[in-house]
Design a protein around this ligand. Structure first.
Ligand code: NAP
Length: 251
């Protein structure tokens, strides 16, 4: 018998999250498109629906316990028990450590780490009840260290430990947990970084591509394709892994 097919993707109003949501809908999932503001999810939901899929816009700040609990309850009620969770919501507050403020640190740690924890805690109740589940956390090549990103690198490295621990704790319920660690992906996040350092985005992308073995920057669909595999039933023996999707090796 096939498993319940309701997926939640956080930060899915745009960028990587939107591409993952659209891909999972095409794979046959009913998809809860979660972002800070439900109205900002309209484009992703519309794209899924006009492609014949099912989607629900849900507004929630993933770092807020009450909003997360309410969002997951709404998804379970309207789309059925969520068995797939993609923790993708993220922000940047880059600065060299001597200039990094308390707020820069807390904001990044809260969205990536606390947000993934809160979403996972709420969703795993449904997964363990269904004796089935797939969790994918968005890490980053920055987990290996990146100038100006002490907060972000720490959060993304933390997500790798979180992922491995989920794999150990939830495995007996037939729930897998894996992380995707993207390299440079063309989204508003990397466009904002280019703007911050004062380099035109086309030049910024070309510079990045010149350092990437496959000779191009990544697209959100590159990450969506990897997520599609990791949440599939046939990926059930892949758990606790960090998959670098960066156009070349990272270590
Ligand atoms: P993006 O274009 O900035 O999209 C991130 C989305 O997350 C936005 O829609 C944002 O909403 C939402 N979000 C932020 N804080 C949230 C919160 N507290 N609750 C709910 N939603 C929230 O970023 P992206 O490039 O697609 O990145 C997606 C994920 O991949 C992130 O975790 C990022 O760290 C990771 N990643 C990206 C790259 C890359 O090169 N782009 C590389 C490695 C890893 P608002 O617009 O309202 O802020």
């Amino acid at each position: 018998m096939s498993q319940p097919r309701t997926a939640i993707v956080t930060g899915a109003a745009r960028g990587i999250g939107a591409a993952v949501a659209k891909r999972l809908a095409r794979d046959g999932f009913s998809v809860a498109v979660v972002d800070l503001d439900a109205a900002s999810c309209a484009d992703t939901v519309k794209a899924i629906e006009s492609d014949g899929g099912t989607a629900l816009a849900v507004g929630a700040d993933v770092s807020d316990t009450e909003q997360v609990e309410a969002a997951v309850a709404e998804v379970a009620e309207k789309l059925g028990p969520p068995t797939v969770l993609v923790n993708n919501a993220g922000i940047l507050r880059d600065n060299l450590v001597f200039k990094m403020t308390d707020d820069d640190w807390d904001a990044v740690i809260n969205v990536h780490l606390r947000g993934s924890f809160l979403m996972t805690r709420a969703v795993q109740r449904h997964q363990t009840e269904q004796k089935y589940g797939r969790i994918v956390n968005l890490s980053s090549t920055s987990a290996l260290g990146n100038r100006g990103q002490a907060n972000y690198a720490t959060a993304k490295a933390g997500l790798q430990g979180f992922t491995k621990t989920l794999a150990i704790e939830l495995g007996k319920f037939n729930v897998t947990a894996n992380a995707i660690a993207p390299g440079f992906i063309e989204t508003e996040m990397t466009a904002a970084t280019a703007a911050r350092v004062g380099v035109p985005y086309e030049d910024f992308k070309a510079g990045a591509a010149s350092m990437i073995p496959v000779g191009r920057v990544g697209q959100p669909e590159d990450i969506a394709a990897t997520a599609s595999f990791l949440v599939s039933e046939e990926a059930g023996f892949v758990s606790g892994q960090v998959i670098y999707v960066a156009g070349g090796p990272k270590d």
